[in-house]
Design a protein around this ligand. Structure first.
Ligand code: DON
Length: 309
């Protein structure tokens, strides 16, 4: 079923778009800096196959940190939750996503949660497979299954420049290696992580992934369980407590939907039992979340009473 353009959503997009001027696109690599700060798109994907959309829906973006939830789901299936949470914690942090501070000050030293970079790198390390290529292909295949789109690829230009500039992420990896949380070669792990972050899609694909989490791991079309319900629930809980980084508390109060953002401007939302949301708006606020995307979710949540609290 094609995704239908929707007038109510269009109005919300027009309203939220006004705020894009107050944000800035990420420019730590040229490929992200090229994004048009005015772009804004949204798609909603429902269990019965209906999909509604508005805005610049043809635009593709890299998942960046949104990939952290997906990798976590795969790794929980690969290794089980005891193994994963022995190495990465479950607690939110008020620090920025790439901070090294808590790694140094906590004892025993383990990343606080899988949504900050230190935790995400440890989780990516746990993807099973024979080689980096094999592990990446398993992740990509999982993303294709979740999105129902076999054409999903990664953006090579973004992966390459992330790899060339990931100095802080390398530092986090060396710290993790010193504390035996990871064992592999740091450059190989950075290669895998930067490809993971560069997986590219539209808001339509993202809304389709959002609904799988909303339905506790069920494929809305076939009814197949893509991941165990318990794992989908763990992922949604992390989305609530840490999905919007150090803005997660305010986001939970104002909007009240499990959501995960990425620095390219994507936000995936999962309204439990109801529908999936995909948003793209590359102008970011000072915490690194899509400024108009958050506004759009605020309007949506208010108008349709979506808060789970
Ligand atoms: O790890 C990084 O630096 C990025 N490639 C992903 C970070 C990200 O999306 C942070 N988000 N708001």
């Amino acid at each position: 079923m094609p995704c239908k353009s929707n007038d109510e959503l269009k109005e919300l997009v027009n309203e939220a778009r006004k705020i894009t001027k107050s944000g800035r696109v990420a420019d730590y690599i040229p490929a992200l800096g090229k994004a048009n700060p005015n772009d804004l798109s949204i798609a909603l994907n429902f269990p019965d196959g209906r999909c509604f959309s508005a805005g610049d829906i043809e635009k593709k973006f890299s998942l960046q940190s949104i990939s952290k939830v997906i990798t976590l789901a795969l790794v929980l299936m690969d290794r089980g939750k005891e193994y994963v949470f022995e190495r990465v914690g479950m607690e939110p942090t008020g620090d920025p996503f790439n901070s090294i501070a808590k790694l140094e000050s906590m004892a025993p030293s383990k990343p606080l949660n899988p949504m900050i970079n230190a935790g995400a790198l440890a989780v990516t390390h746990m993807i099973k497979g024979e080689s980096i290529e094999d592990r990446f292909q398993r992740l990509l295949q999982f993303v294709r299954e979740l999105s129902g789109n076999d054409g999903i690829q990664f953006n090579q230009e973004i992966a390459r420049s992330e790899y060339d500039t990931a100095h802080l992420n390398r530092a986090l990896c060396y710290f993790l290696k010193q504390h035996h949380i990871i064992e592999e070669d740091v450059d190989e792990l950075i290669d895998l992580y930067t490809k993971q972050c560069a997986i590219e899609m539209s808001c339509l694909d993202l809304a389709r992934i959002g609904i799988v989490f909303a339905l506790d791991g069920k494929d809305p079309q076939t009814g197949n369980q893509i991941m165990p319900a318990k794992i989908a629930r763990i992922c949604k809980t992390f989305m609530v407590t840490c999905g919007m980084y150090n803005a997660s508390g305010e986001f939970a109060i104002k909007i009240g939907i499990p959501a995960k953002s990425g620095v390219a401007g994507g936000i995936m939302g999962s309204v439990p039992g109801k529908f999936g949301i995909g948003i793209f708006g590359p102008a970011l606020d000072d915490k690194g979340n899509s400024i108009a995307g958050i506004k759009l979710l605020e309007l949506l949540s208010k108008n349709y009473n979506l808060s789970m609290f």
